[in-house]
Design a protein around this ligand. Sequence first.
Ligand SMILES: *Cc1c(COP(=O)(O)O)cnc(C)c1O
Length: 344
Amino acid sequence: MTGTAPLRLALDGAALIANWRWLDAQSGRAACGAAIKADGYGLGARPVLDRLADAGCRDFFVTTWDEVRALGALPDGLSLSVLHGVRDADMAEATTARARPTLNTVEQVKRWKLAGGPTCDVMVDTGMNRLGIAVQDVADGLLDGLNIDTLLSHLASADEDVPQNAQQRTAFAALAGRTGARRMSLANSAGICLGPDYHFDLTRPGLALYGGIPRGEAAGHIAQVAHPQAQVIQRRRIGPGQSVGYNATFTAERAMELAILNIGYADGYLRGFSNRGSAGGGRFPVIGRVSMDLIAIAVDADPAIAEGDWIALDYALPEASAQSGLAQYELLTTLGHRFDRVWM
Ligand SMILES: *Cc1c(COP(=O)(O)O)cnc(C)c1O
């Protein structure tokens, strides 16, 4: 491994690919794409794209045109969609770029038609009330004259078993053949787990690619991809009655051995892990409050740990989510800029 920072994100490329392959297989006859927005959920959009493209993934999703630019030149034969569509300010780029917008609003559709824009995608709202044109607007002919690659909708509660899932699916399925779109796409990671009724022509997982478990069906099939590691700055001994860290939220009942690690909430290891997180596969509990740049862990279990050693934080997403109170998504997207991101 290369890199010189005192903290690194070890990224498991084989796990990323295996996760995509599982999601692709679960997607059945539908193609399986990849959401690489927010810099590949914090892991690095370009290295994720390169690895998944090599594995056979053809459809990628980002949020903004800034994210398109950040990807640089793309390999041939890939499809890239910009989920937030086009503002006026994006039009020059959007009508010439290798990416296409996902049009979300009546204004965006009009803007695209007026400019005679090339192929686009369109998002329809089937009940999330976040982005997307109304089903009624489709019926009223708003999309007539557009050259649509993929018609999308987005599930609001696919990680739960609630009637809203089937309601959205039914509303979306009713649009089949109504728009001239070449493909239809509804399912995110959790939606893939809901079964074949939800897959349509193209699925769009994000979270599960990166090791998130969106629903029980994925447990045991999805592997951790991002492994934060930090170097020990100092090993120190504290006595009974001594406290640790800001606001002394931990007081030792006995003599203890601590290691102070070069990572903190500025790196995305947020304060929810204070007195709750762990490292070394559960052997080293986090002691006291997480600071901006530092944490303390108890290392009584390993007398050999010393300055300069690398310690792996426990960051399997479902467990880390339970420890910290953060969503699995937040655990990924808050990972900071001080890590060396090192693909294994
Ligand atoms: C982020 C996003 C996805 C991916 O969702 P996950 O829950 O991370 O799998 C798919 N579609 C849209 C429209 C999104 O915004």
